[in-house]
Design a binder for this molecule. Structure first.
Ligand SMILES: Nc1ncnc2c1ncn2[C@@H]1O[C@H](COP(=O)(O)OP(=O)(O)OP(=O)(O)O)[C@@H](O)[C@H]1O
Ligand SMILES: [Mg+2]
Length: 380
């Protein structure tokens, strides 16, 4: 394991040197506008060189204690430079030499002593910690949405490279679209792909009837988000994001929206902040500008519905069904609706002791969904 860490460090130095030379070329062209961050990165090889010297010395002497100390110092230095991916990897290798388990990913929030924030008056938790289950590959979304999500992942994975040119990865994102089309699922998928914990902001707990306490709760949430890398989802964000000149709005709510905007603007933590809404038209335009990326989620089209049905019915199997015909009948349904139709069809199949889902069973489930759609339209 010692040798592995040494190799990683040596590779890191070679990489830093490569970056340094490209920075110098840049200097030749833009010496005045070069951001401070790049100037700082010129010191990197020195620090890393000293660290490797210490590590090699410890290895040569066979001094395990010294090796641990030197490695820990190096990790702290890398974390200070916001090279979280490298620091996390090294920490993991140093502790047990394996990839993080899901449980480890969640407990990663605790070693800093960072407690989950609570509402002062009621003592209720302002956040919930989730173990991400879905990956991006499990999502059925259109090309544009997938490209936007992949861009976030790619920029986050290469954030050290971007930082060396004074650039930030996309990290303030707005998810828009109707219910059940994958906003929460996508936040989860981003967390899973980036090996980060998913933290869900509980707006029912954040909004307090005590004057000023809602803004204080938001501050606690943002402070927590600044404490460690994570994906933090402000779900059903409309609760505070509604148009600020809405006549029904209470004065306190206006202050909260302003406080939220300011906190989002000044937020410099490593967390990826996502706000999700299904009422994007109601959102204040000032709010849109605060995000680096706006991702739209649409209801599935015919072929996507057929793909969803195929996926969800695969476990039990189908007979005599043309899924594209069924998909046509389900147009306007959300992904979650289609999943429910498939689950209903499976239940009908099991309870009628049929070996597979046939057209009658699936049509029965589709009829139920159509009734639900009609009811929903009447209620809106
Ligand atoms: N794009 C998708 N691909 C595959 N399955 C999906 C997709 N979107 C949603 N689902 C299924 O529907 C469920 C509910 O979706 P999700 O909670 O992400 O919707 P949402 O857009 O966040 O809705 P809401 O606005 O009500 O919060 C998911 O857990 C998943 O099973
Ligand atoms: Mg949701």
């Amino acid at each position: 394991m010692t040798v592995l860490i040494l190799w990683l460090l040596i590779l890191h130095i070679v990489w830093c040197n490569a970056l340094k030379s490209s920075s110098l070329i840049l200097y030749g062209h833009r010496i005045v506008t070069m951001p401070a961050k790049n100037t700082k990165s010129r010191d990197q090889p020195m620090t890393a060189g000293n660290a490797v010297r210490k590590l090699v010395m410890a290895h040569a002497k066979g001094d395990g204690q010294l090796f641990q100390t030197a490695a820990t110092d190096f990790i702290s230095e890398e974390r200070r430079k916001k090279h979280h991916i490298l620091a996390d990897d090294l920490e993991r290798i140093l502790s047990n030499g394996t990839a993080p388990s899901k449980v480890e990913m969640l407990t990663v929030l605790r070693p800093s002593g960072a407690e989950l924030p609570r509402d002062k008056e009621r003592g209720s938790l302002l956040l919930e910690l989730f173990e991400p289950v879905y990956s991006l590959g499990e999502m059925i979304v259109d090309e544009r949405t997938r490209a936007a999500l992949e861009r976030v992942i790619q920029e986050q994975r290469r954030k050290d490279l971007l930082a060396s040119y004074g650039l930030n990865p996309v990290h303030k994102i707005l998810f828009c679209g109707p219910p059940g089309c994958g906003k929460t699922m996508a936040a989860e998928a981003l967390a899973k792909e980036l090996y980060l914990p998913l933290v869900l902001v509980r707006f029912d707990a954040v909004i307090s009837s005590y004057l000023g306490e809602t803004a204080a709760n938001l501050r606690r949430v943002f402070d927590f988000a600044a404490s460690r890398p994570m994906v933090i989802l402000f779900d059903e964000f409309d609760a505070i994001g509604k148009k600020r000149d809405d006549v029904e709005e209470h004065g306190e709510l206006k202050r909260v929206v302003n406080a939220f905007l300011q906190m989002l603007d000044s937020f410099r933590g490593a967390a990826i902040t996502i706000a999700a809404t299904n009422h994007e038209k109601l959102l204040d335009t000032a709010l849109w500008r605060r995000f680096d990326e706006v991702v739209m989620f649409q209801p599935p089209n015919e072929s996507e519905i057929a793909e969803l049905l195929e996926r969800y019915l695969r476990q039990i199997g189908t007979e005599g069904i043309d899924l594209h015909i069924s998909a046509k009948m389900l147009l306007e349904s959300s992904h979650a609706d289609v999943k429910r139709v498939a689950e209903d069809a499976i239940k009908f199949c099991l309870l009628s002791d049929s070996p597979r889902v046939n057209a009658d069973l699936l049509n029965k489930a589709i009829s139920l969904q159509k009734e639900r759609l009609t009811l929903r339209q009447e209620l809106n």
